[in-house]
Design a protein around this ligand. Structure first.
Ligand SMILES: [Ca+2]
Length: 176
């Protein structure tokens, strides 16, 4: 089989249609939920442990119902400990067909360095509530252009390449 992309062995997130609900609590995102067949979040404590001790790259892929798969690869990714809010840290270069919508020049939408938020743990910069409402946990500023844990999957956002109207079949976040 042809192999035209780096081998990523550990998925920290997988969405498959709407087989698994992602509107979960802080505690569920901390511990992880779901299963490999239906979709899952690996768990923020484990993601922290896997990413913080060595240089880890992140590979995001989004498959549309029409069949195309878009991706973005980040050279270095890690998240901090729970006491620090599981902040997302992206450094180095990025490449891909999705574009770097996590790190944008507009200061209110750049999520790099932001804490993780869930509907029951508002760590984001928007004073009107939680950016994700009840749709799922994510790293938000005020608020941002990306949201892979939205619920349902049709609200997955990676603006401007994907809008909320884009039909999404599957998403994955992988590390190595
Ligand atoms: Ca808020």
């Amino acid at each position: 089989m042809a192999c035209d992309k780096p081998i990523y062995t550990q998925a920290i997130q997988r969405r498959v249609y709407d087989y698994e609900r992602f509107n979960r609590t802080w505690s569920e995102y901390k511990k992880g939920f779901g299963s490999t067949g239906t979709g899952y979040w690996l768990g923020n404590d484990l993601i922290h442990n896997l990413t913080v001790e060595k240089a880890t790259s992140l590979y995001v892929s989004i498959t549309l119902t029409a069949g195309a798969t878009l991706y973005e690869r980040y050279d270095q990714f890690y998240i901090t400990v729970e006491a620090d809010g599981y902040r997302i840290q992206l450094t180095g270069n990025t490449t891909g067909s999705l574009g770097d919508s996590m790190r944008v020049s507009w200061p209110n939408w750049n999520i790099n360095g932001m804490k993780f938020s869930t509907f029951d743990r508002d760590n984001d910069m928007w004073t009107g509530g939680v950016c994700g409402h009840r749709e799922g946990g994510w790293w938000f500023n005020e608020c941002g252009l990306t949201f892979l844990n939205s619920d349902p999957i049709q609200n997955v956002l990676w603006d401007p390449v994907l809008s909320s109207k884009t039909q999404v079949r599957e998403t994955m976040m992988m590390i190595k």
